[in-house]
Design a protein around this ligand. Structure first.
Ligand code: HEM
Ligand code: HEM
Length: 175
C-alpha cells in the first residue's frame, strides 16, 4: 500500500495551528476570568496579536491546500467515517475563521485594534449591536471548537489504537 502523506507545508501548518488554537483557548479562558489589572490587559494584547496571526495562517493554509494533493480515505475508512471526519475537519476550518473574525470585529469597533504594535483598519461599520453579537459569539464558538478538537483527537486515537484495520491508522499521514 502506498502511504500518501499530507505535504510538508500542510503538516507543519497543521501542528503549528493546533498548538496555537490550544494556546489561544487556554489564554482566552484564563484572561477573561482575571480581575482588571495591567497583567490582564497585557494578556489581551498578546491574545489579539496571536489570534490575528492565526487568521493570517488560516488563509495561507487554505491557499496552500488548494495546490496540494490531499490523501484519500476511499477504501481505507467506511463511508460514514469519511463523512464524519470531513464534517469535523470543515467545521474546524469554519471555526478557525469565525472565531478570530469575531475577535477582530468586537475589538475594532469603537477602539483602536493594534497587533504586534501595528494598528489595523476598522473593516466594519460602527455598530453596538454588531459588536455585542461578535462578543457574545466569540467565546461560545471557541469552546465549540475545543469540543470538536476533542472529537477529532478521539477519532485519530481510535483509528490508531482500537482499530483492527491497520490501514485505518491515518495519523502517519499528518506526522
Ligand atoms: C483562533 C483564534 C482565537 C481563539 C481560539 C480565541 C479564543 C478565545 C477564548 C476561549 C476566549 C475566552 C472567552 C470567555 O470565556 O469569555 C477569548 C476571549 C477574548 N478574545 Fe479571543 N480568540 C481568538 C482570536 C481573537 C482575536 C483575533 C481577537 C481580537 C483581535 C480576540 C479577542 C478576544 C478578547 C478581547 C477576549 C475577551 C473577551 C471578554 O473579556 O469578554 N480573540 N478568546
Ligand atoms: C493532538 C491533536 C491532533 C491530532 C492527533 C490530529 C491528527 C490529525 C490527522 C491524523 C489528520 C489527517 C486526517 C486524515 O488523513 O483523514 C488531521 C487533519 C486535520 N486536522 Fe488535526 N490533529 C490534532 C489537532 C488538531 C487541531 C487542534 C486542529 C484545529 C483546531 C486540527 C485540524 C485539522 C484539520 C482541519 C484537518 C484536515 C486537514 C485537511 O484535509 O486539510 N487538528 N489531524
Amino acid at each position: 500500500m502506498i502511504l500518501m502523506k499530507y505535504s510538508l507545508p500542510l503538516r507543519a501548518i497543521h501542528w503549528l495551528m493546533a498548538l496555537m488554537m490550544v494556546g489561544l483557548i487556554t489564554v482566552g479562558w484564563y484572561m477573561a476570568g482575571l480581575d482588571r489589572s495591567p497583567f490582564k490587559f497585557e494578556l489581551y494584547g498578546w491574545h489579539k496579536s496571536f489570534g490575528f496571526l492565526a487568521l493570517l495562517l488560516l488563509v495561507a493554509r487554505l491557499l496552500i491546500r488548494r495546490r496540494s494533493p490531499i490523501p484519500s480515505s476511499k477504501g481505507i475508512l467506511a463511508g460514514w467515517e469519511i463523512g464524519l471526519s470531513h464534517a469535523t475537519h470543515w467545521s474546524l476550518y469554519l471555526l478557525m475563521l469565525l472565531v478570530p473574525l469575531s475577535g477582530y470585529i468586537m475589538s475594532s469597533i469603537g477602539r483602536e485594534l493594534t497587533v504586534f504594535g501595528l494598528t489595523l483598519p476598522n473593516l466594519v461599520p460602527q455598530s453596538d449591536a454588531l459588536q455585542q453579537t461578535a462578543h457574545s459569539l466569540h467565546g461560545p464558538m471557541a469552546y465549540l471548537m475545543l469540543a470538536l478538537m476533542l472529537l477529532h483527537l478521539a477519532g485519530a486515537l481510535k483509528h490508531r489504537l482500537f482499530d483492527d484495520r491497520p490501514q485505518a491508522d491515518v495519523l502517519p499521514r499528518m506526522l
